[in-house]
Design a protein around this ligand. Sequence first.
Ligand code: PFF
Length: 458
Amino acid sequence: MTDKQQNAGRSGRDAFTSSLGMLAATLGSAVGLGNIWKFPSMTGSNGGASFLFVYLACTVVVGLPIMISEIMLGRKVKANAITTLRKLSPKGQPWGIVGVSGVVAAFLILCFYTEVAGWVFAYIFKGLSGSVLTTDPKVASAAFASLISDPMQAIGWQWFVIVFVSIIITFGISKGIEKVTMRLMPILFLLLLVICARSLTLPGAEKGLEFLFTPDFSKITGSVILMAMGLAFFKLSIGMGTMMTYGSYFRDSQNIPLTAGRVVLADLVISLLAGIAIFPAVFAYGFDVSAGPSLLFITIPAVFASMPMGQFFAVLFFVLAAVASTGAMLSLFEVPVAYLCEARQMSRKAATMTTALLVMLLGAPAALSSSMTKDVKIFGLTFFDLFDFLSSNLCMPAGGLLICIFTGWVFGKDKFKAELTNHGLIKNEAIIDSLFFLIKYVSPLLVAVVMLNMLKVF
Ligand code: PFF
C-alpha cells in the first residue's frame, strides 16, 4: 500500500504523499513576498546586518518552536485549524477561537497579499514590454503610481491572481498544492542563483555585501525588535493556523522537527540570497537601500534597467517573485477552504469559490487604497495598511502566543513528546525537551513582551 493510500484509508482525507512533498509545500508557504519584498526592504531601512541578527534570534527562539507545535497539533487531529483546536480543548475551554482568529487573519492577509502579488504579475508583462524599465527613479516611480492608482488595473490584476490560485486549489492537496510546490521550489532556487550571480559580478558589489553582513548593534532598538518579530511570524506563516492546516495533511511517520528545521533553514537561505541578489546591485548603481516597500517596484526596475541585459534579468526577477508568492497564497487559501469543506460540508470547488469571492469582495478596498479609497483612513491607515497591520502585528503574534500557551500548558509535555518522537520511534528526546522549554516559557514570554511594548504598555 502506498503512503497516500495509507493516509486516505485512515482518515478519508486527501494528504501529502511524500516527504519531499511535505517539505516543498511547507517551504512554499514560508517562502513568498516576505523574502523578496518585506525582508530586503525591512533590512534595508533598519540598519542591515543588525536587523538580520535580531530577526535570526526571533526565528530560532520563537518561530521554529511555534511552527513545530502547529504542525504537530494539525497532524494529531487531521482536521482544519478550528476543528483541531476545538477537539483538543478540555471541556468548556474556548480554544477554538484561536482557529477562528486564524481564518480571519488568512482573509486579512489575502486581501493585501493578492494585491501585491497582482503588481508582481503585472510587472512581468510590463517588464516584457519594457514599459517599467527606466534608469530614472522618478520615471520608475510614476510608472508604479500609474499601476496602483488605476482602479481597473489594480482590481484586474488582483482578480487574475485570485483566479489563478483558486484553480490550483481545486485540484486538492496531493494533485494541486503538493504537485505545484514541488515544481516551483527548484525553479525558485535556480532563478535566485542566476540573479545573485548577475548582481555579485557588478563592479562595486562588495558594498552591498558589507551592508548585509556587518552588524552595527547600536541600531537595535525596541521598534527594531518588534518589526523583526512580526517579520518572523509573517515569514514562517505561523500564529494563524496555516501550519496547523498543512500539518493535518502530514504523514504520521514524518519527522516534524526535522522537516520544520529544514524549512526554517531553507527559508533563511532564500531570504539571504534575495538580499544578495538585491543589495549589491542597489549599491553598485548608487540607489537608496532604505527605500522601504517601494524597493521592489521602483528601485529594482531602475537597478535592472541600469545593467547589461537588464530587461532579461528584470523579467526573471518578477517571475521569481510570482513563483514565490504562489506557494504562500496556496497555503493562505487552504486555511478557509479546509474549514468550509470539513465543518460546513462544502465541496472543494464550492469552498474555493466562496473563499475566492470573499477575497475579491474584501480585497477590493485594499486594492483601491491608492485610488478610490485612498482618503478613507481607519486609525490613520488605508485599508491596505490596516489589513497588513492587523494581521502581522496583532492576529499573528496573538495567535502565536495563544498557541504557545495551549501547547505548553494545556496539551502538555507527555503528549508533546509522544507526538514529536512519533511515539518513541525517533530518538530525539533532548531536542524535544529543549523545544518544550522554549514553547512553555521562553517563546510566550518574548511574544508577550513584544506585544505589550507595541501596545505602549511599557
Ligand atoms: N510566509 C509568506 C511570505 O513570507 O511571503 C506569507 C504568509 C503565507 C503569511 C502564509 C502567512 C501565511 F499563513
